[in-house]
Design a protein around this ligand. Structure first.
Ligand code: OGA
Ligand code: NI
Length: 367
């Protein structure tokens, strides 16, 4: 497993699989490597040649930043304005921040703190949860695409599948149990508000997207990005767009998130108390490109840990067979469907088999 200083940037080597397996078998994730005191990253994490020359730092000379939408007042006359702001943000960026979203700061802070404590539990406690069994509703794993991506990311993830069937809280580690249940309930309420606004932004009835079961499932991913001794050689999260309808993201103060917009990477600087919302691939598909699912990534950092909580809204990832295609009301002679139909189950199977750092999954469903 030791990193070989002479072999950097190699995208394939004959003993890669045993090295991935050895890492996986530790059940301790990337944090386990850092705790062991490594000073060079193992080569399974090294970005391959063809990516290595690419500039990581944001070249955002235009000073762009993602839109911020105030959700404090969304009734009366202001509603039409908010719907218009949401429409513009979802169309041109696919990513926006929301202020006055209704989730108390104390809940956000506690969520981040308890997520940290969860990742800091003793290795033997975490190992009990370590699993690649997608049917396990509460589990810990490093790199869901460890065996399908070109290089591993500097990130561990703790996953809780909250809905559509209620999760027995006793399945959640006690250090973060209460706050996950609380956060989940509140973020669901916010998710419902946002999909109503998005439905209206498409010119549909407020409940249109919800009635399509777009948000019936909820998965909470608590990501932990340890400090990295060689951040320029790897990534926290490779560039991707989300296999969801909608994602709501909470991040701590250690930045690194970037969104691809107008041909450049734009830093998403942490704003205390704000939450990020992004459009997922399935919403791009059903909206027939009226909304876009923005590509984003997270840089590795010498400073850490970066902690983020992603809440994925979609029908059940692995079981939902409900079929989705571009919404009929949005189609006309001049606006023909751009995508073929798919189910969540099939979309996610394709997405996961491909790994993050390759061509976008949605392209595969284009007509
Ligand atoms: C994700 C994601 C970003 C982050 O979970 O899909 O992009 O900041 N997370 O961890
Ligand atoms: Ni993402």
């Amino acid at each position: 497993m030791a990193a070989d200083a002479g072999i950097r940037y190699l995208s394939s080597y004959s003993d890669r699989l045993p090295e991935l397996k050895a890492f996986d078998d530790t059940k301790a994730g990337v944090k386990g490597l850092v705790d062991a005191g490594i000073t060079k990253i193992p080569r399974i994490f090294v970005r391959p040649d063809e990516l290595a020359g690419k500039e990581l730092n944001s070249d955002n000379i235009a000073g762009l930043s993602i839109p911020v939408i105030n959700l404090g007042e969304i009734t009366g006359e202001r509603r039409a304005e908010v719907v218009e702001e949401v429409r513009r943000a979802a169309k041109s960026w696919g990513f926006f921040q929301v202020a006055n979203h209704g989730i108390p700061t104390s809940v956000l802070e506690e969520m981040l703190e308890r997520a940290r404590e969860n990742h800091h539990q003793p290795a033997e406690v975490k190992a009990e949860y370590y699993s690649r069994d997608r049917m396990r509703r509460v589990r810990f794993a490093s790199n869901f695409d460890l065996y399908s991506s070109r290089f591993a990311n500097w990130r561990d993830t703790f996953i809780c599948v909250m809905d559509p069937d209620p999760l027995d809280p006793r399945e959640v580690p006690v250090v973060c149990r209460d706050v996950i249940m609380e956060y989940s309930k509140r973020v669901r309420r916010l998710g419902n508000t946002v999909v109503e606004l998005l439905s209206e932004a498409l010119g549909l009835k407020p409940h249109h997207l919800e009635d399509m079961d777009c948000t019936e499932g909820q998965m909470i991913l608590s990501h932990y990005y340890p400090a990295c001794p060689e951040p320029e050689l790897t990534m926290g999260t490779s560039e991707h767009s989300d296999p969801t309808f909608l994602t709501i993201l909470l991040q701590n103060q250690n930045g690194g998130l970037q969104v691809f917009h107008e041909n450049q990477w734009v830093n998403v600087s942490p704003i205390p108390r704000a939450l990020l919302i992004n459009i997922g691939d399935l919403l791009q598909l059903v909206s027939n490109d009226n909304f876009q699912s923005a590509e984003h990534r997270v840089l590795a950092n010498r400073v850490g840990p970066r902690i983020s909580i992603a809440c994925f809204f979609s029908p059940h990832f692995y079981t939902s067979t409900r079929v989705y295609s571009p919404i009929k009301d949005l189609l006309s002679q001049d606006n023909p469907p751009l995508y073929r139909k798919t189910s969540m189950k099939d979309f996610v199977a394709y997405y996961e088999s491909k790994g993050l750092d390759k061509k976008r999954s949605i392209a595969h469903f284009k007509l």
